[in-house]
Design a protein around this ligand. Structure first.
Ligand SMILES: Cc1cc2nc3c(=O)[nH]c(=O)nc-3n(C[C@H](O)[C@H](O)[C@H](O)COP(=O)(O)O)c2cc1C
Length: 568
């Protein structure tokens, strides 16, 4: 009978597997059944040994005396399994530098969706979260800094710096705020090129230690999905930019010199197919390519501290975490799964749509911020018509030179279904908005009817995500919900568990569950590499189960480990 057919046979080995040593101990304390083996595997902080007694293969816990020279029973020691708490996964340098217990981070989610509550909940649990500063005005970001600081005076926390090519003033203002408030770690994302603002943030934090080494007090975690962008972050700051910044008095001459000895980023998050802005690349292709680039540039520049490379995009299950770590990821970053958690600043309606999503329930749709360039974002398509409606707007934009050229029937449909008002009234709202925020946009549109059309269409795209976040009644079909396939993957994993209902999802619990699951799988793979075959049900890491459900299974150790996960 094969191991997958026999539910009571949890572990098997090839008959010719050579034992590593003789085993002697208490056979009564060796577990052979699936619940017992699962309990041992789930007790991540306890080592055990796979032993064979007669023709049965089972697990001897440390208490059963693995390898002990005395005891009533004799057998073969087949494979040791050291303790593997999830805190041992990933790069220890990431955990030490950012002051966290796991090599795990929740990435920023714009417009404060990655809220203060989200960052604080993670920080209190020793995990890293990035505040979703993109799209927020500096005064609102300042409030967030104050609130997060108050709750987490010593961190850990990160603030997003989003590249804003069309609203440069916002990028500059964010950097000035971060410097003024002493924000020590930023997640720099969407960069297409290096900007003086980012370089200023990094270099203004450089100091020389007494031993002559360079200390980077302003840490940069860069998120990207292209080699050419990675190159910018793996190189020292451009010399011309350093000169200009020093001349402007924003950095010192000494800091400009120190900047030649360090790369711009401490960490690079390689982002595969994800929610929101994405190039939809597979992690298995992108990640090794960026690591090879890092290695090449490190060999050339010989930095004292090598930039670490982490992984994001599509991470919604322990299997995805362990796959990223197996490729060499120093840490993992999630996004989509956190939006369905109670701390995310979005509406209950959005959270419940997300919790029902399956992995194919996502689609690419035109992005509000780079609409004219034809850039798309990944969004949820189940329960909302936003992707279709936004795509329709982009088609009209491509086909016509102005709003006036749009055929009457199309125009009427837009006014009725999408805008809920005449297009002239939308234009008035656009003028009100940009007069305050960025009048240059209106000046550029004054003699350019196509640009005017873009601004009107962007009004809808921009509001569609605000409606989703605030839960605007009557606008459910227009909700724009950034989401990647990781959401469906997570929902598959937690179906039937304590984490299935969205109201039970908490960011720190989700993060710990994913990392504990990954550690569980890593142990399974370690045993398999030693020749132990593990039954199919046991090969899967389980999500936390409700206490009542858990009590129906045997195994005190299992209950303990799962209670820890749930109470995180
Ligand atoms: C709702 C939402 C909003 C996002 N907004 C931002 C953002 O403003 N800045 C940013 O750097 N990344 C943003 N991201 C990307 C996440 O930080 C993270 O890198 C990504 O979601 C990881 O991929 P996953 O969605 O497959 O987990 C967003 C993602 C989502 C789902």
């Amino acid at each position: 009978m094969s191991s997958s057919e026999a539910s009571d046979v949890a572990l098997t080995v090839a008959p010719d597997l050579e034992p590593q040593a003789a085993w002697r101990g208490d056979g009564a304390a060796v577990v052979f059944d699936e619940p017992g083996c699962r309990a041992a595997l789930e007790s991540l902080d306890r080592p055990f040994t796979v032993v064979r007694i007669g023709d049965r293969v089972g697990i001897a816990s440390a208490d059963a005396g693995p390898g002990a020279s005395d005891g009533p029973d004799r057998g073969d020691l087949l494979a040791p399994a050291p303790a593997l708490p999830s805190g041992r996964l990933g790069d220890p340098g990431f955990r030490a530098d950012h002051g966290v217990s796991l090599a795990y981070m929740a990435g920023a989610m714009a417009n404060g969706i990655a809220s203060e509550e989200l960052v604080i909940a993670l920080g209190r649990d020793g995990l890293l979260g990035s505040f979703g500063a993109a799209g927020l005005v500096p005064a609102r970001i300042d409030e967030a800094i104050a609130r997060i600081r108050q709750a987490l005076p010593d961190g850990p926390c990160v603030f997003n710096l989003i590249h804003s090519p069309s609203e440069e003033a916002l990028e500059r203002a964010a950097v000035e705020l971060y410097l003024a408030r002493g924000v020590r770690t930023i997640e720099a994302s969407a960069f297409l090129r290096m900007t003086p603002h980012l370089v200023r943030y990094r270099v203004a934090g450089l100091e020389e230690a007494p031993d002559g080494s360079v200390v980077a007090r302003n840490r940069v975690i860069a998120k990207l999905s292209r080699r050419e962008i990675a190159t910018h972050f793996l190189l020292p700051a451009p010399a011309a930019m350093l000169r200009d910044l020093a001349e402007a008095g924003w950095i010192t001459g000494r800091q400009a010199q120190l900047a030649e000895r360090v790369p711009l980023a401490d960490d690079i998050t390689v982002e595969a197919d994800s929610g929101g802005h994405t190039d939809n690349r597979p992690l298995g292709v992108l990640f090794p390519s960026i690591v090879a680039l890092r290695d090449e540039l490190q060999a050339h520049h010989r930095y004292a501290r090598m930039t670490r490379v982490g992984a994001a995009g599509g991470i919604g299950s322990p299997a995805a975490v362990v796959a990223a770590l197996a490729m060499g990821a120093a840490y993992v970053v999630t996004g989509s799964v956190n939006q369905a958690c109670v701390e995310a600043e979005t509406s209950p309606h959005v959270r419940s749509l997300l919790a029902l999503a399956e992995f194919p329930d996502v689609a690419m749709a035109p992005a509000a911020d780079m609409f004219e360039l034809g850039v798309d974002v990944q969004v949820l398509k189940r329960g909302t018509m936003f992707p279709m409606r936004a795509r329709r707007l982009y088609e009209l934009y491509q086909r016509h030179a102005s709003l006036e050229e749009i055929p009457t029937s199309d125009r009427q449909r837009l006014e009725r279904q999408l805008f809920g008002r005449p297009l002239e009234a939308v234009w008035d709202a656009v003028v009100d908005y940009f007069s305050e925020r960025d009048p240059a946009q209106l000046e550029r549109a004054a003699d350019d009817p196509k640009r005017r059309m873009a601004l009107v269409f962007r009004w809808y795209l921009g509001l569609a995500s605000r409606w989703a976040n605030t839960g605007e009644p009557g606008r459910e079909l227009d909700y724009q919900i950034w989401c990647g396939p990781a959401m469906g993957s997570f929902n598959d994993w937690v179906r039937g568990s304590a984490l299935e209902p969205p109201e039970a999802r908490r960011v720190a619990v989700v993060g710990r569950a994913l990392m504990n699951g990954a550690a569980y799988l890593a142990r399974v793979f370690q045993l398999e590499a030693q020749g132990v075959r593990i039954s199919e049900p046991l090969r899967a890491a389980r999500p936390p189960v409700a206490a009542a459900k858990a009590a129906s299974h045997a195994g005190v150790a299992r209950e303990q480990s799962r209670t820890v996960e749930l109470s995180a």
